[in-house]
Design a protein around this ligand. Sequence first.
Ligand code: 9MR
Length: 550
Amino acid sequence: MHSSLVRILTLVGMLAAFLLPATAAEASGPLRTHAEARGKFIGAALATSPLANETSYRNIAATEFNQITAENAMKWDATEPSQNQFNFSGADAIVNFATQNNQQVHGHTLVWHSQTPGWVQGLGATAMRSAMQNHISQVVGRYASNAAVVSWDVVNEVFDDNGNMRTSFWYNTLGQSYIADAFRAARAADSNARLCINDYNVEGINAKSTAMYNLVSSLRQQGVPVDCVGFQGHLAIQYGFPSDLQQNLQRFAALGVQVRITELDVRMQMPRDATKDATQATYYRNVVNACLAVSACAGVTIWGFTDKYSWVPDTFSGQGAALIYNESYQQKPSYTAVHDALAGGSTTDTTPPTTPGTPASSGVTSNSAALTWTASTDSGGSGLAGYNVYREQGTTDTQLGQSTTNSITLTGLSPSTQYQVYVRARDGAGNLSGNSALATFTTTSGPGGGGCTAVGTVQNQWNNGYVVQPVTVTNTGTAAITGWTVTFTLPAGQTLAGSWNAALTVSGQTVTARNAGHNGNLAPNGGTTFGFQVSRPSGNTQTVSGYTCA
Ligand code: 9MR
């Protein structure tokens, strides 16, 4: 080929590589890589004990985030438990970890009404003011020349929920002037750190956020060094998303301050299910997108990252699952939402991809199965990002895996278990398609050859009931079986209304069927059947699922 043609083709190829959206492979990668590419931080609050003791915790904290906040280790009760007796062991552990992992630290928090020792609260005005100034000077001063520590929550939660000054011991003893004094002391201790005021329930435009807006505006007019406003972001799916978040961030930005989301979590009423997870994911996505859309927004800090360690269940009874990893460090749909938003999903795409085709299963083993389906398309602008695969289980569907192509090999399945699965496509903005039709397959028995399978068929159904007949139990092992137990899941609100050729018992939503006297013995490859009837409320169209044989 002519050498100038080669050059032109190479250039075209390079240009295409530059202009085309990220491929599936590039679209994976940790959160921090994508955040850095967007000029933002993505952070997590860290607790010192798992950071010291748990490898998974440490690895995720190091790999996924480029910003960290001490969840508790830099608070007054930790750093100065008695007057002038400073203890920086926890704070140093956080800062050292950040330094090792090239992360920035946001210091949380210098002056707060909570987690402040009694000795401070009992001081008179003059002594309290100087204790506050001394505390700020010592704590900020310790890290002033440390490159990792770049910002501080100087005052935290100074308002009550109506937007009046909180009548804390600070306010009651010193009046509102403690706020300006605290900022001035912080600036004196570190002339470079970004100094923030932080609060909750200020994400949307409301009385409290407007009070915050007026305070920041007036402090800055007086020359008080307030550089930044932190919006905590403790959200709950049952209370709705603050849809004017971006507009609110923008009005603060217009005051000349940096803004940041400092403590994001999105709780739900337990238990988790796929629908709640999907709603939660849109909240995470919307917060990240709002920050991406406002140039003065520095980034988003999540208040923890694993549901194993979250303040939510201890504070809000019956609520939880607020973070982006579950208790066993598996990524949740909320993780994917944060990831996809940072990885460049359009901020305006609200059109979900088309519904994927019905998955077809193949290569089913005792613990794995391959699925393929007809691909979806996406017209909303952000592009097709991949697919989520779910197991249909009545009220609580679980996500079995994710794929960036229209096929997946599911692993970690249970032997001799019937799976009903469906696929949803997701786009770069995190929109989820409708559910595909179900595919049903049954894993084979595990190694050792002692297994059985159970497959149920709905024979007949009507408005408030249905019959499952037959449930076919097969001995898939190499030895004879002298008794079998089949379990399956009854959707909430449904009850058993009769059975034949097996003895059925119900515990919670789990039904256990044991062979009758006449059909417990199954030769290898032999089988038998049983059946049952279920009553359900009118309008409820679910049927039992998740057959397992043992
Ligand atoms: O997550 C923190 C939890 O471990 C502490 O017990 C609690 C004590 O008040 O503080 C939690 O963090 C709070 C943060 O410092 C300020 N905003 C609200 C957070 C959740 O309560």
